[in-house]
Design a protein. Structure first.
Length: 462
């Protein structure tokens, strides 16, 4: 338990700008969004309920790692488009490549040379894959991978790792709390990451079409031999192994987690940073499986992926420019440098404030999160929201500390200074046993939950 109150809270408002708490234009835009868009955002993770109440800015532009809102405030952004932007907002080589490509047309009635070149680029990065098919979002390709595995094996059961998210489609969302309107998904079973014996028992006990998992996460590195063991179990039981590389691809390495850990899946799913924010995803895999969705098979064909916009020019041009950037500029090295520097700085700030057991930065340097624990040391939405509120007050926006190659030492220093001031408020809340009088509005809530409460719009703050 924290017992002393620490120094007085510093001024929250930067001298050079109006208060970040005064977001009148953002408030008006948020209200209008909720009239027109269910939830007020097109991704649940971007929703108002994921930010301090009345302090969720509506953005108008970005450059590098900085963004501006409709009220004229500038923020250092972390998370970077839900991890989709690794090179920085408005990265010129990507913008220029996209501009040149779309000047010649965007969508056609036949494949383009750009599709061929992009496929060659992709497969040169992922040597364990023989074929690739492009789409627009991660759910497209994870669902296609599951469908393909079921067709290839003649089985229906899918083993899903106990990691947060794989698809917006019924087969996965039916296993979450937001399963209204979805039929029974009893043929999807869960297994715990890192527990090889439990997976072995699961595969021995029933016929499983595929195992789908992230090879690693921000907080979970595979133990030596674990991924190799998963691969061997899948081979033994005739089960396809699918790696979800949506996050790890272009953040762990250009070739994804499979390139880092040296284990090759049968199928892999890609997205997010492969287009530096432009919408593009990919399903890649071994020829014997991918061909089931093509024209060179004698078997019944699999409806693999068929999307009007899957191969439009902008996304493919963005992807090819990202590939060039990764080949010539070491963005992962820059992301990791920024992440290590930030983690060290913020953890030092927490230690200085005497709250190291309550405010912590953890994870892979290119994929950092912050932990926010209450006085008993347990994760708490109230303290998470308070920390985000105080960081927003000081011009730092983010649900995580995920960096990009655009984050400079100066950006990290400014973030650390904001954390130092926020830590004073955080400690005050610990000292008094809660956030009363410090947190303005209701705390954030899990993005995937059954009811809009406790952040239902129109519901009075408690």
């Amino acid at each position: 338990m924290i017992t002393s109150s620490g120094p007085p809270a510093p001024e929250r408002t930067p001298a050079s700008s109006p208060s970040y708490a005064h977001l009148a234009a953002s408030a008006a835009a948020r209200a209008r969004l909720h009239e027109l868009v269910p939830g007020g955002a097109h991704t649940y993770a971007r929703g108002d309920d994921q930010y301090p109440e009345a302090m969720a800015p509506v953005l108008v532009r970005g450059n590098g790692c900085r963004v501006q809102d409709v009220d004229g405030h500038e923020y250092i952004e972390y998370g970077m488009g839900l991890r989709s932007v690794s090179l920085g907002h408005g990265y010129r080589p990507v913008v220029e490549a996209v501009s040149a490509a779309i000047a010649d047309g965007v969508n056609f009635s036949r494949p383009t040379e750009l599709e061929l070149l992009a496929a060659e680029d992709f497969l040169s990065l992922v040597p364990g894959a023989d074929m690739v098919k492009f789409a627009k979002n991660g759910s497209d390709v994870t669902t296609a991978a599951v469908r393909l595995a079921r067709a290839a094996t003649g089985r229906t059961t899918v083993a899903v790792c106990d990691q947060p998210f794989f698809s917006t489609d019924d087969w996965f969302i039916g296993t979450t709390a937001m399963n209204d309107g979805i039929p029974d998904t009893g043929d999807v079973v869960r297994f715990e990451y890192g527990d090889l014996e439990a997976l072995a028992a699961l595969l021995a006990g029933r016929e499983v079409a595929c195992v789908i998992m992230e090879a690693a996460t921000a907080l979970a590195e595979p133990a030596p031999g674990y991924l190799e063991g998963v691969r061997a179990l899948c081979d033994r039981h005739g089960t396809l192994l699918i790696f979800d590389e949506i996050i790890t691809g272009f953040r762990w390495a250009a070739g994804g987690a499979q390139a880092v850990y040296g284990v090759t899946p049968d199928l892999s799913c890609w997205g997010k940073a492969m287009g530096n924010g432009f919408p593009i995803s990919a399903l890649a895999g071994k020829r014997e499986f991918m061909e089931l969705g093509g024209l060179r098979t004698e078997r019944a064909r699999v409806f693999l992926l068929s999307t009007t916009h899957g191969a439009e020019s902008a996304g493919l041009a963005a992807f090819r420019a990202v590939v060039r950037a990764y080949a010539t500029t070491d963005p992962i090295g820059r992301m990791e440098h920024a992440g290590r520097r930030l983690a060290d700085a913020v953890n030092a700030v927490a230690a200085e404030a005497g709250i190291a057991g309550h405010l912590q930065v953890a994870g892979r340097p290119s994929c950092l999160i912050f932990r926010t624990n209450d006085a008993s040391g347990q994760p708490a939405q109230e303290f998470r929201t308070l920390f985000m509120q105080e960081m927003l007050e000081r011009g730092v926006l983010g649900q995580s500390f995920v960096t990009s190659a655009a984050h400079t030492d100066a950006d990290i220093d400014q973030t650390a200074a904001a954390c130092r001031a926020a830590a004073v408020i955080y400690r005050r809340a610990l000292d008094q046993g809660g956030v009363d009088g410090l947190l303005r509005g209701r705390p954030t809530a899990p993005a995937i939950r059954r009811f809009a409460a406790p952040r239902r719009i129109g519901q009075a703050a408690e």
